[in-house]
Design a protein around this ligand. Sequence first.
Ligand SMILES: Cc1cc2nc3c(=O)[nH]c(=O)nc-3n(C[C@H](O)[C@H](O)[C@H](O)COP(=O)(O)O)c2cc1C
Length: 309
Amino acid sequence: MKKQILFIWYSQTGQLSEMVAKLASGFDKNLVDIDFCQFQFKERFPFPWKKKKFFNQMPEVVLGIPFDIDEQPISFKSKYDLIVFAYQPWFLHPSLPASSIIQDKNIQAILKDTPVVTLIGARNMWLHAQEKIKEYLMQSSAKLVGNIVLVDGAKNLESMFTVQRWMFKGKKDPYFIFPAAGIHEKDIARLPALGSIIDKHLQANTLDQLQAAIVQQQGVVVKTQLIPLEQRGVTNFRKFAKWIYAAGDKESTARAKREWVFSFLLPKVASILSPITFIGNQIKGVLLKEKLDQDKQYFESIKFEKNKF
Ligand SMILES: Cc1cc2nc3c(=O)[nH]c(=O)nc-3n(C[C@H](O)[C@H](O)[C@H](O)COP(=O)(O)O)c2cc1C
């Protein structure tokens, strides 16, 4: 009997859709049937972003407050052998579409008692988002069996500039001294091989060994020097999210003022903090090598420990 597979995802620019297609192409079509469930939310999240609208998403993203899903792209089979849940981080948390999808009752029902592989397409900070996704999956009694992550190949500071040009102007190409924004094609080209690894472990009933195989194929990118930067960012985003959310509803002027403060500070603090933290982390990297190596191993794995952040 063919194994039944379901891919669920949302992609704003199409990057994650390309990743999904590449990963799926690695499965043997003689052995699997694949259903593709892509959410669009075109009116809700137009691309490129207007700045105001971009920062207006932050509180709901960080506090994990979902919107009601009003799309049903496909009708599901009653049971799947494996679900691939692909998503992107926004503000160091699962994106609002992703957290809304995964908290939806119909999706939770289909996830129940099913092995799940997560596929992440990020700039470079996804660790905390994945901790939240692990919690959502546990709430649905789903079983995380693998995690594949691709990130922007550029340096942190470089991609901070290129991602803004991409998000606000829709321009992804290399410009001035900067490389192209987003995940490099050569990395996306590695996905069929990873799809084939998932397929092999599914067919052989060895999904418990899948993540080790993914790590061996460099299917997860953990940048050790960014771990402390992300941890600090999550703490600050939570404070800002609560402060902005408390100001009033999404359209209120009081909330818009607080969002403006956040939008003013974020790029400045991030570009100042990044080089400072980089130097600090070079020192920490030597002093705390053992701890950072342990953290790297943890984030490469699919284990869950509460309060990692
Ligand atoms: C509002 C917003 C916030 C983002 N925040 C992060 C982040 O915290 N970490 C990160 O690695 N990437 C971040 N990104 C980049 C996305 O994760 C993703 O790589 C990019 O938006 C392309 O995804 P797509 O497939 O939906 O087009 C952010 C993007 C948006 C739109």
